[in-house]
Design a protein around this ligand. Structure first.
Ligand code: AMP
Ligand code: GLY
Length: 424
Protein backbone atom coordinates (compact mmCIF):
# COMPACT_ATOMS: atom_id res chain seq x y z
CA UNK A 1 0.00 0.00 0.00
CA UNK A 2 1.10 3.58 -0.60
CA UNK A 3 0.37 5.97 2.24
CA UNK A 4 0.32 9.77 2.37
CA UNK A 5 1.11 11.34 5.75
CA UNK A 6 0.03 14.95 6.27
CA UNK A 7 2.26 17.09 8.50
CA UNK A 8 5.85 18.15 8.93
CA UNK A 9 6.92 17.84 12.57
CA UNK A 10 8.56 15.39 14.96
CA UNK A 11 5.23 13.69 15.49
CA UNK A 12 4.90 13.01 11.77
CA UNK A 13 8.46 11.68 11.59
CA UNK A 14 7.57 9.24 14.41
CA UNK A 15 4.40 8.21 12.54
CA UNK A 16 6.28 7.72 9.27
CA UNK A 17 8.96 5.64 11.06
CA UNK A 18 6.25 3.44 12.62
CA UNK A 19 4.40 3.00 9.30
CA UNK A 20 7.67 2.15 7.58
CA UNK A 21 7.89 -0.98 9.78
CA UNK A 22 4.62 -2.33 8.37
CA UNK A 23 5.16 -5.10 5.82
CA UNK A 24 2.03 -3.86 4.05
CA UNK A 25 3.45 -0.39 3.35
CA UNK A 26 5.19 0.00 0.00
CA UNK A 27 5.85 3.70 -0.28
CA UNK A 28 5.19 6.66 1.96
CA UNK A 29 4.58 10.22 0.77
CA UNK A 30 4.71 13.13 3.21
CA UNK A 31 3.08 16.53 2.79
CA UNK A 32 5.20 18.56 3.42
CA UNK A 33 7.55 16.52 5.61
CA UNK A 34 11.04 17.61 6.68
CA UNK A 35 14.65 16.46 6.14
CA UNK A 36 14.34 13.38 8.39
CA UNK A 37 11.04 12.30 6.86
CA UNK A 38 12.58 12.85 3.43
CA UNK A 39 15.07 10.05 4.12
CA UNK A 40 12.28 7.45 4.20
CA UNK A 41 9.39 9.10 2.32
CA UNK A 42 8.84 11.16 -0.81
CA UNK A 43 8.17 14.79 0.11
CA UNK A 44 5.22 16.59 -1.45
CA UNK A 45 5.29 20.37 -1.39
CA UNK A 46 1.60 21.25 -1.13
CA UNK A 47 0.04 23.48 1.56
CA UNK A 48 -1.92 20.95 3.62
CA UNK A 49 -4.30 23.59 4.93
CA UNK A 50 -5.48 24.25 1.37
CA UNK A 51 -8.15 21.53 1.24
CA UNK A 52 -8.75 21.82 -2.49
CA UNK A 53 -5.05 21.65 -3.29
CA UNK A 54 -4.65 18.51 -1.16
CA UNK A 55 -7.80 16.98 -2.65
CA UNK A 56 -6.61 17.69 -6.20
CA UNK A 57 -3.16 16.25 -5.45
CA UNK A 58 -4.60 13.02 -4.03
CA UNK A 59 -7.11 12.78 -6.92
CA UNK A 60 -4.29 13.03 -9.43
CA UNK A 61 -2.03 10.54 -7.64
CA UNK A 62 -3.93 7.32 -8.08
CA UNK A 63 -1.13 5.38 -6.39
CA UNK A 64 -2.15 6.78 -2.96
CA UNK A 65 -4.27 4.17 -1.14
CA UNK A 66 -4.59 5.82 2.26
CA UNK A 67 -4.03 9.24 3.87
CA UNK A 68 -3.12 9.88 7.52
CA UNK A 69 -3.86 13.40 8.77
CA UNK A 70 -1.72 14.20 11.81
CA UNK A 71 -1.86 17.98 12.60
CA UNK A 72 -4.74 19.85 14.22
CA UNK A 73 -5.31 22.62 11.65
CA UNK A 74 -6.21 20.52 8.60
CA UNK A 75 -8.44 18.33 10.81
CA UNK A 76 -10.22 21.41 12.18
CA UNK A 77 -10.64 22.74 8.63
CA UNK A 78 -12.25 19.48 7.47
CA UNK A 79 -9.54 17.76 5.41
CA UNK A 80 -10.83 14.31 6.40
CA UNK A 81 -14.31 15.27 5.12
CA UNK A 82 -12.88 16.68 1.88
CA UNK A 83 -10.84 13.58 1.08
CA UNK A 84 -13.69 11.22 1.98
CA UNK A 85 -16.05 13.26 -0.17
CA UNK A 86 -13.69 12.65 -3.07
CA UNK A 87 -13.76 8.89 -2.36
CA UNK A 88 -10.40 8.47 -0.59
CA UNK A 89 -9.61 6.41 2.50
CA UNK A 90 -8.51 8.54 5.44
CA UNK A 91 -7.27 8.31 9.02
CA UNK A 92 -8.37 11.28 11.15
CA UNK A 93 -11.60 12.67 12.63
CA UNK A 94 -14.09 14.68 10.61
CA UNK A 95 -14.45 18.42 11.14
CA UNK A 96 -17.54 18.06 13.34
CA UNK A 97 -15.56 15.79 15.70
CA UNK A 98 -12.22 17.65 15.52
CA UNK A 99 -14.05 20.58 17.14
CA UNK A 100 -13.39 18.83 20.47
CA UNK A 101 -9.91 20.36 20.18
CA UNK A 102 -10.59 23.32 17.91
CA UNK A 103 -13.02 25.00 20.32
CA UNK A 104 -12.35 25.04 24.05
CA UNK A 105 -15.83 26.53 24.55
CA UNK A 106 -17.31 23.45 22.80
CA UNK A 107 -15.26 20.96 24.81
CA UNK A 108 -16.02 22.64 28.14
CA UNK A 109 -19.74 22.67 27.29
CA UNK A 110 -19.58 18.97 26.32
CA UNK A 111 -17.95 18.05 29.63
CA UNK A 112 -20.50 20.04 31.60
CA UNK A 113 -23.44 18.50 29.72
CA UNK A 114 -22.22 14.90 30.13
CA UNK A 115 -20.74 15.16 33.64
CA UNK A 116 -17.12 14.60 32.61
CA UNK A 117 -14.78 15.85 35.37
CA UNK A 118 -13.01 19.12 34.49
CA UNK A 119 -12.16 22.52 36.01
CA UNK A 120 -15.12 24.85 36.70
CA UNK A 121 -15.36 27.64 34.13
CA UNK A 122 -17.27 30.46 32.43
CA UNK A 123 -17.09 31.42 28.74
CA UNK A 124 -17.15 35.03 27.49
CA UNK A 125 -17.29 36.73 24.09
CA UNK A 126 -17.79 40.17 25.63
CA UNK A 127 -14.74 41.85 27.17
CA UNK A 128 -16.61 43.91 29.79
CA UNK A 129 -18.42 40.86 31.21
CA UNK A 130 -15.20 38.87 31.29
CA UNK A 131 -13.46 41.76 33.07
CA UNK A 132 -16.20 41.97 35.71
CA UNK A 133 -16.07 38.17 36.26
CA UNK A 134 -12.28 38.13 36.65
CA UNK A 135 -12.65 40.77 39.38
CA UNK A 136 -14.65 38.30 41.45
CA UNK A 137 -13.10 34.87 40.79
CA UNK A 138 -10.50 33.21 42.99
CA UNK A 139 -6.79 33.50 42.17
CA UNK A 140 -4.84 31.87 40.54
CA UNK A 141 -7.14 31.75 37.54
CA UNK A 142 -6.62 30.28 34.07
CA UNK A 143 -7.50 32.12 30.82
CA UNK A 144 -7.87 30.17 27.59
CA UNK A 145 -8.33 31.54 24.09
CA UNK A 146 -11.20 29.55 22.52
CA UNK A 147 -9.55 28.61 19.20
CA UNK A 148 -6.34 26.90 18.12
CA UNK A 149 -3.26 28.86 19.22
CA UNK A 150 -0.35 26.41 18.82
CA UNK A 151 -0.65 25.39 22.48
CA UNK A 152 0.18 28.94 23.54
CA UNK A 153 -3.28 30.41 24.12
CA UNK A 154 -3.39 29.53 27.84
CA UNK A 155 -2.44 31.95 30.61
CA UNK A 156 -2.07 30.89 34.24
CA UNK A 157 -2.56 34.14 36.16
CA UNK A 158 -1.20 34.34 39.70
CA UNK A 159 -2.57 37.82 40.44
CA UNK A 160 -5.74 39.69 39.51
CA UNK A 161 -3.68 42.31 37.63
CA UNK A 162 -2.06 39.57 35.54
CA UNK A 163 -5.52 38.18 34.78
CA UNK A 164 -6.88 41.58 33.73
CA UNK A 165 -3.83 42.24 31.53
CA UNK A 166 -4.10 38.77 29.98
CA UNK A 167 -7.78 39.23 29.25
CA UNK A 168 -7.05 42.54 27.53
CA UNK A 169 -4.26 40.97 25.45
CA UNK A 170 -6.52 38.13 24.33
CA UNK A 171 -9.81 39.92 23.75
CA UNK A 172 -8.84 43.50 22.81
CA UNK A 173 -5.26 43.35 21.52
CA UNK A 174 -5.95 39.99 19.75
CA UNK A 175 -2.58 38.53 20.74
CA UNK A 176 -3.77 35.10 19.56
CA UNK A 177 -5.76 36.48 16.61
CA UNK A 178 -9.37 35.35 16.25
CA UNK A 179 -8.68 32.46 18.69
CA UNK A 180 -9.26 35.09 21.41
CA UNK A 181 -12.72 36.22 20.24
CA UNK A 182 -14.11 33.92 22.90
CA UNK A 183 -12.28 33.29 26.17
CA UNK A 184 -12.74 30.54 28.76
CA UNK A 185 -12.02 31.65 32.34
CA UNK A 186 -11.25 28.55 34.36
CA UNK A 187 -10.59 27.38 37.91
CA UNK A 188 -6.89 26.62 38.59
CA UNK A 189 -6.25 22.92 39.27
CA UNK A 190 -3.23 21.34 40.91
CA UNK A 191 -1.59 17.95 40.51
CA UNK A 192 0.65 15.96 38.18
CA UNK A 193 -0.25 16.11 34.50
CA UNK A 194 -0.44 13.25 32.05
CA UNK A 195 -1.26 12.82 28.38
CA UNK A 196 -3.50 9.79 27.94
CA UNK A 197 -4.03 9.07 24.25
CA UNK A 198 -6.45 6.51 22.92
CA UNK A 199 -7.30 4.98 19.58
CA UNK A 200 -11.04 4.96 18.94
CA UNK A 201 -13.38 4.16 16.09
CA UNK A 202 -16.37 5.56 17.97
CA UNK A 203 -17.36 2.09 19.22
CA UNK A 204 -14.22 0.74 20.86
CA UNK A 205 -11.55 2.63 22.79
CA UNK A 206 -8.00 1.31 23.11
CA UNK A 207 -5.82 3.47 25.36
CA UNK A 208 -2.13 3.84 24.51
CA UNK A 209 0.68 3.94 27.06
CA UNK A 210 0.65 7.27 28.90
CA UNK A 211 3.26 10.02 28.68
CA UNK A 212 4.22 13.33 30.30
CA UNK A 213 5.02 16.48 28.34
CA UNK A 214 7.15 19.47 29.43
CA UNK A 215 5.45 22.54 28.03
CA UNK A 216 7.56 25.29 29.59
CA UNK A 217 10.73 26.33 27.80
CA UNK A 218 13.15 26.21 30.76
CA UNK A 219 14.12 23.68 33.45
CA UNK A 220 11.88 23.37 36.53
CA UNK A 221 8.89 24.35 34.38
CA UNK A 222 9.95 27.98 34.09
CA UNK A 223 9.58 30.43 31.20
CA UNK A 224 7.02 30.60 28.41
CA UNK A 225 4.78 27.80 27.17
CA UNK A 226 6.02 25.99 24.06
CA UNK A 227 4.68 23.27 21.80
CA UNK A 228 6.49 20.81 24.13
CA UNK A 229 10.20 20.54 25.06
CA UNK A 230 10.33 16.83 25.82
CA UNK A 231 8.41 13.81 27.00
CA UNK A 232 8.71 10.52 28.79
CA UNK A 233 6.53 7.42 28.83
CA UNK A 234 4.90 5.90 30.79
CA UNK A 235 3.66 8.19 33.61
CA UNK A 236 4.77 6.61 36.92
CA UNK A 237 1.61 7.66 38.81
CA UNK A 238 -0.80 6.18 36.27
CA UNK A 239 -1.34 2.51 37.08
CA UNK A 240 -4.28 0.16 36.62
CA UNK A 241 -6.45 1.93 39.19
CA UNK A 242 -6.11 5.34 37.54
CA UNK A 243 -6.44 3.82 34.08
CA UNK A 244 -9.77 2.26 35.13
CA UNK A 245 -11.01 5.54 36.61
CA UNK A 246 -10.05 7.45 33.45
CA UNK A 247 -11.58 4.86 31.15
CA UNK A 248 -14.89 4.77 33.03
CA UNK A 249 -15.29 8.41 34.00
CA UNK A 250 -13.58 10.20 31.13
CA UNK A 251 -12.74 8.19 27.99
CA UNK A 252 -15.95 6.20 27.59
CA UNK A 253 -18.30 9.09 28.51
CA UNK A 254 -16.45 11.37 26.05
CA UNK A 255 -16.70 8.95 23.13
CA UNK A 256 -20.36 8.28 23.97
CA UNK A 257 -21.06 12.01 24.31
CA UNK A 258 -19.59 12.66 20.86
CA UNK A 259 -21.80 9.89 19.43
CA UNK A 260 -24.86 11.33 21.18
CA UNK A 261 -24.07 14.76 19.68
CA UNK A 262 -23.89 13.24 16.18
CA UNK A 263 -20.14 13.89 16.11
CA UNK A 264 -18.69 10.36 16.16
CA UNK A 265 -14.96 10.61 16.77
CA UNK A 266 -12.71 8.26 14.76
CA UNK A 267 -8.98 8.65 15.18
CA UNK A 268 -6.65 9.43 18.07
CA UNK A 269 -8.32 11.14 21.00
CA UNK A 270 -5.85 12.84 23.33
CA UNK A 271 -6.91 13.43 26.92
CA UNK A 272 -4.75 16.01 28.71
CA UNK A 273 -5.40 15.11 32.35
CA UNK A 274 -4.51 16.23 35.84
CA UNK A 275 -4.47 13.96 38.90
CA UNK A 276 -6.10 16.25 41.46
CA UNK A 277 -7.01 15.50 45.06
CA UNK A 278 -10.61 15.06 43.81
CA UNK A 279 -9.63 12.55 41.13
CA UNK A 280 -8.63 12.71 37.48
CA UNK A 281 -9.83 15.80 35.58
CA UNK A 282 -9.66 16.84 31.94
CA UNK A 283 -7.46 19.87 31.19
CA UNK A 284 -7.85 19.63 27.42
CA UNK A 285 -8.78 17.37 24.55
CA UNK A 286 -6.81 17.07 21.34
CA UNK A 287 -8.19 15.45 18.20
CA UNK A 288 -4.87 13.91 17.19
CA UNK A 289 -1.54 12.47 18.32
CA UNK A 290 0.45 14.79 20.64
CA UNK A 291 3.78 16.31 19.73
CA UNK A 292 6.22 15.34 21.32
CA UNK A 293 4.17 12.57 23.02
CA UNK A 294 4.05 10.49 19.83
CA UNK A 295 7.84 10.38 19.76
CA UNK A 296 7.86 8.36 23.03
CA UNK A 297 4.67 6.37 22.43
CA UNK A 298 5.11 4.91 18.96
CA UNK A 299 8.61 3.48 19.55
CA UNK A 300 6.96 1.34 22.30
CA UNK A 301 4.20 0.05 19.99
CA UNK A 302 4.61 -3.59 18.95
CA UNK A 303 1.49 -3.80 16.79
CA UNK A 304 1.48 -2.72 13.13
CA UNK A 305 0.32 0.94 13.12
CA UNK A 306 -1.24 0.67 9.67
CA UNK A 307 -3.37 -2.27 10.88
CA UNK A 308 -4.63 -0.10 13.75
CA UNK A 309 -5.31 2.92 11.51
CA UNK A 310 -7.24 0.89 8.98
CA UNK A 311 -9.22 -0.90 11.69
CA UNK A 312 -10.34 2.54 12.90
CA UNK A 313 -11.30 3.71 9.41
CA UNK A 314 -13.33 0.50 8.95
CA UNK A 315 -14.79 0.59 12.49
CA UNK A 316 -13.40 -2.77 13.55
CA UNK A 317 -10.94 -1.67 16.23
CA UNK A 318 -12.46 -4.27 18.60
CA UNK A 319 -10.83 -6.99 16.47
CA UNK A 320 -7.27 -5.69 16.90
CA UNK A 321 -5.06 -6.57 19.83
CA UNK A 322 -2.64 -3.74 20.59
CA UNK A 323 0.63 -4.62 22.30
CA UNK A 324 3.24 -2.38 23.93
CA UNK A 325 6.83 -2.94 24.96
CA UNK A 326 7.63 -2.78 28.66
CA UNK A 327 10.25 -0.28 29.84
CA UNK A 328 10.32 3.42 29.09
CA UNK A 329 11.11 6.00 26.43
CA UNK A 330 12.40 9.59 26.77
CA UNK A 331 12.46 12.35 24.14
CA UNK A 332 14.54 15.53 24.55
CA UNK A 333 13.62 18.34 22.13
CA UNK A 334 16.44 20.50 20.75
CA UNK A 335 15.19 24.00 19.95
CA UNK A 336 16.45 27.03 18.03
CA UNK A 337 17.96 29.95 19.96
CA UNK A 338 15.13 32.27 21.04
CA UNK A 339 12.28 29.73 20.68
CA UNK A 340 9.37 30.05 21.58
CA UNK A 341 9.72 33.74 20.72
CA UNK A 342 11.72 34.95 17.66
CA UNK A 343 14.40 32.59 16.37
CA UNK A 344 16.65 32.23 13.33
CA UNK A 345 16.50 29.35 10.88
CA UNK A 346 19.09 27.94 8.49
CA UNK A 347 21.76 26.94 11.05
CA UNK A 348 23.90 23.98 10.04
CA UNK A 349 23.50 20.93 12.28
CA UNK A 350 26.44 18.77 13.39
CA UNK A 351 26.32 15.19 14.63
CA UNK A 352 28.89 13.03 16.42
CA UNK A 353 28.66 9.24 16.52
CA UNK A 354 25.21 8.55 17.92
CA UNK A 355 24.30 5.22 19.55
CA UNK A 356 22.66 2.87 17.04
CA UNK A 357 19.42 2.55 19.02
CA UNK A 358 18.80 6.32 19.32
CA UNK A 359 15.67 7.44 17.49
CA UNK A 360 15.86 10.90 15.94
CA UNK A 361 12.56 12.59 15.19
CA UNK A 362 13.16 15.60 12.96
CA UNK A 363 10.82 18.58 13.43
CA UNK A 364 12.04 21.83 11.82
CA UNK A 365 14.84 20.61 9.54
CA UNK A 366 15.62 20.83 5.83
CA UNK A 367 18.37 19.90 3.40
CA UNK A 368 19.93 22.70 1.37
CA UNK A 369 22.96 22.24 -0.90
CA UNK A 370 23.55 18.85 0.72
CA UNK A 371 23.67 20.32 4.24
CA UNK A 372 21.26 19.59 7.09
CA UNK A 373 19.88 22.91 8.37
CA UNK A 374 17.48 24.01 11.10
CA UNK A 375 14.13 25.15 9.75
CA UNK A 376 11.85 25.78 12.74
CA UNK A 377 11.57 26.48 16.47
CA UNK A 378 11.60 22.90 17.60
CA UNK A 379 14.30 21.25 15.52
CA UNK A 380 14.90 17.67 16.65
CA UNK A 381 13.63 15.13 19.18
CA UNK A 382 16.33 12.82 20.53
CA UNK A 383 14.57 9.68 21.76
CA UNK A 384 15.94 6.71 23.69
CA UNK A 385 14.35 3.57 25.08
CA UNK A 386 15.46 2.00 28.35
CA UNK A 387 14.50 -0.42 31.08
CA UNK A 388 13.08 2.50 33.03
CA UNK A 389 12.82 6.28 32.68
CA UNK A 390 16.19 6.95 34.35
CA UNK A 391 17.95 4.54 32.02
CA UNK A 392 16.25 6.00 28.92
CA UNK A 393 16.94 9.53 30.11
CA UNK A 394 20.67 8.88 30.52
CA UNK A 395 20.92 7.41 27.02
CA UNK A 396 19.00 10.31 25.48
CA UNK A 397 21.20 12.99 27.12
CA UNK A 398 24.46 11.16 26.30
CA UNK A 399 23.48 11.49 22.65
CA UNK A 400 22.08 15.04 22.90
CA UNK A 401 25.62 16.09 23.83
CA UNK A 402 26.89 14.83 20.48
CA UNK A 403 24.57 17.13 18.51
CA UNK A 404 25.04 20.86 18.00
CA UNK A 405 23.93 23.89 16.02
CA UNK A 406 24.29 27.61 16.66
CA UNK A 407 21.87 28.81 19.36
CA UNK A 408 20.68 25.25 20.23
CA UNK A 409 18.96 24.97 23.59
CA UNK A 410 17.13 22.20 25.40
CA UNK A 411 15.85 21.30 28.84
CA UNK A 412 18.23 19.33 31.04
CA UNK A 413 15.50 17.91 33.26
CA UNK A 414 13.29 15.84 30.96
CA UNK A 415 12.29 12.68 32.81
CA UNK A 416 13.07 14.00 36.29
CA UNK A 417 9.61 15.39 36.93
CA UNK A 418 7.43 13.06 39.04
CA UNK A 419 10.47 10.90 39.86
CA UNK A 420 9.69 11.05 43.57
CA UNK A 421 5.94 10.85 43.19
CA UNK A 422 4.02 7.94 44.63
CA UNK A 423 3.97 5.15 42.05
CA UNK A 424 0.84 3.25 41.16
P1 AMP B 1 -3.86 23.49 27.51
O1 AMP B 1 -3.42 24.15 26.23
O2 AMP B 1 -5.31 23.60 27.79
O3 AMP B 1 -3.31 22.10 27.64
O4 AMP B 1 -3.09 24.25 28.68
C1 AMP B 1 -1.68 24.37 28.69
C2 AMP B 1 -1.17 24.09 30.07
O5 AMP B 1 -1.70 25.01 31.02
C3 AMP B 1 -1.58 22.71 30.61
O6 AMP B 1 -0.74 21.71 30.19
C4 AMP B 1 -1.51 22.94 32.09
O7 AMP B 1 -0.19 22.81 32.56
C5 AMP B 1 -1.94 24.36 32.25
N1 AMP B 1 -3.37 24.45 32.58
C6 AMP B 1 -4.41 24.49 31.73
N2 AMP B 1 -5.57 24.55 32.40
C7 AMP B 1 -5.27 24.55 33.71
C8 AMP B 1 -6.05 24.59 34.90
N3 AMP B 1 -7.37 24.68 34.88
N4 AMP B 1 -5.39 24.56 36.09
C9 AMP B 1 -4.04 24.51 36.13
N5 AMP B 1 -3.26 24.46 35.04
C10 AMP B 1 -3.86 24.49 33.84
N1 GLY C 1 2.22 18.12 23.44
C1 GLY C 1 0.98 18.77 23.48
C2 GLY C 1 0.21 18.71 22.23
O1 GLY C 1 0.52 17.99 21.29
O2 GLY C 1 -0.79 19.39 22.15
Amino acid sequence: MNVLVIGNGGREHAIVQALKKSPRVDKIYAMKGNAGIGEIAELVNVDYCDLNAVGDWVDSHKEIDYTVIAPDDPLALGLADELERRGHRVFGPKKNAAIIEASKAFSKELMKKYGIPTAKYETFSDYESAKAYVDTCSIPVVLKADGLALGKGVLICKTREEAQDGLKEMMLDKKFGSAGNKVVVEEFLEGPEVSALAFTDGKTIKPMITSCDHKRVFDNDEGLNTGGMGTFAPAPFYGEKTAKEVYEKIMLPTVQAMNAEGRTFKGVLYFGLMKTKDGMKVIEYNARFGDPETQVILPMLKTDLLDIFEAITDERLADIEIEWESGACVCVVLASGGYPVAYEKGKEMHFGDLDKDIILCHAGTKIKDGKLLTDGGRVLGVCAKGENIEDARKKAYQNVEKISFEGMHYRKDIGIKYRDIERE
